[in-house]
Design a protein around this ligand. Structure first.
Ligand code: URA
Length: 423
């Protein structure tokens, strides 16, 4: 039998928590026996003093064991998922899940909602008229068998300890701790039952990890955790200093994803979708598959339509549009040299695309459209960004957040979207 104070003191004094201490504290927290203030003190001690591999592995196992572990055995296909650590304009799941499913691989995407400046996949998909993101476990498994791609909300029984702890970290300044992020993400992915997992670890202003070194440490920690729990994992470190693609906002991002599925779309979104698909297909035993061909010849689009229809959505319905627009204009001639992902994410959020508190409604049509992106030449007075909102009162604060977000110069260095690969 342990006491919460004793566990907190151990970590406060830079000690190592034993396996038994970790199992006890996670279980007692899930049951409500350890209070939020005690868990937040422990989370802060971990943020400040770290945790070693054994502690992270035990913490992850305890969070998995706080709920159910899905058995995807009856799906009858290889299962491979992707997880992104979150960014601005990151709509990659939307084209990626059906693209990979078009090769006969099941993609079990249990996704989240946006909080703060990052968008949420479920909020994006719910802008499609009729689309259901709340599926039962049986529906989830049936849809994995056919059509193969499913994007829906995780059940409350999946890693419930993480559900409580994540909400607590969000309000106690303890999100940005590698042991806590790694165990949070991996406990959910391992409990979901996927055989393979590709991690897209974002680096830059719009990401949790602002520098390459910490992103690499996070990726290595997660890959090790996955492999040690029987989930084959690889990770790509990818740039999130600039938003992905040309849109940040729910329906705007769906429309852009459909362009990618139709064989067009922004080159960075296509590049990352194809790279992640190739990694996922390799984990599913298809290292020679050609995902770019499936985007070009309509197979991925067919799989998207099948996925949307299976989840009650109408793939042909018009997407909602915000009634009001405003523009941010270039103040000089030149080349766009940088566009701050964080500022664009905050602006989209303030326009109504995101929520400040869990449970709030989001606007389907609000967001930022990037008219001129990094590397493009503009003339003074030309639009750089187009803002979309349900009412004009949103524009002032969004414009303020975008002050200095876009730099115009004379030359720029080409962006390296995919920075490193870790396996
Ligand atoms: N996403 C998660 O699920 N957990 C974290 O801790 C951070 C990002």
């Amino acid at each position: 039998m342990f006491s919460a104070v004793e566990v907190i003191r151990t970590k406060r004094d830079r000690g190592r928590l034993s396996t038994e201490q970790i199992r006890w504290v996670i279980d007692a927290y899930t049951r409500g026996e350890v209070a939020d203030e005690q868990m937040s003190a422990l989370a802060m001690a971990i943020l400040l003093n770290g945790a070693d591999d054994r502690e992270i592995s035990d913490w992850t196992a305890a969070m998995i064991d706080s709920g159910d572990r899905l058995d995807l055995g009856r799906v009858g296909k290889p299962t491979v998922d992707k997880h992104s650590t979150g960014g601005v304009g990151d709509k990659i799941t939307l084209p990626l899940a059906p693209l990979v499913a078009s090769f006969g691989v099941a993609v079990p995407q249990l996704s989240g909602r946006g909080l703060g400046h990052t968008g949420g996949t479920l909020d994006k998909l719910e802008t499609i008229p009729g689309f259901r993101t709340n599926l039962t476990v049986d529906e989830f498994i049936d849809h994995l068998a056919n059509p193969g791609a499913v994007v829906c909300a995780a059940s409350e029984r999946l890693a419930p300890a993480d559900r409580r702890l994540y909400a607590l970290r969000d309000v106690t300044g303890t999100v940005e701790a590698i042991p806590l992020i790694a165990s949070s993400i991996m406990s959910k992915k391992i409990a979901e039952g996927t055989q393979g997992l590709v991690l897209d670890v974002k680096v830059g202003s719009g990401a949790f990890m602002k520098d390459l070194r910490s992103a690499r440490r996070l990726a290595e920690t997660m890959v090790r955790l996955g492999n040690s729990h029987g989930v084959r994992c690889t990770a790509l470190l990818t740039d999130m200093s600039t938003p992905l693609g040309r849109t940040a906002g729910n329906a705007l991002e769906v429309a852009e994803s459909v362009e990618v599925l139709a064989g067009g779309g922004p080159s960075d979104v296509v590049e990352l979708t194809v790279a992640l698909a190739a990694e996922m297909l390799a984990l599913a035993g298809m290292p020679d598959a050609d995902p770019a061909a499936a985007l070009a010849d309509g197979r991925a689009m067919d799989a998207w339509r099948a996925m949307v229809t299976a989840q009650g959505g109408d793939p042909d319905a018009a997407l909602p549009r915000a009634p009001e627009t405003d523009e941010v204009l270039a103040d000089r001639d030149g080349v766009v040299t940088s566009m701050d992902a964080y500022a664009v994410g905050v602006a989209a959020w303030r326009l109504g695309a995101g929520r400040a508190r869990q449970g709030e409604a989001v606007s389907a049509g609000a967001g930022v459209e990037i008219v001129a992106t990094v590397g493009e030449t503009v003339r003074a007075g030309q639009p750089l960004l187009r803002l979309h909102a349900d009412d004009t009162s949103r524009f002032a604060v969004a414009r303020e957040k975008l002050t200095d977000a876009v730099e115009i110069g004379n030359s720029f260095d080409k962006r390296h979207l995919i920075m490193e690969r870790i396996d």
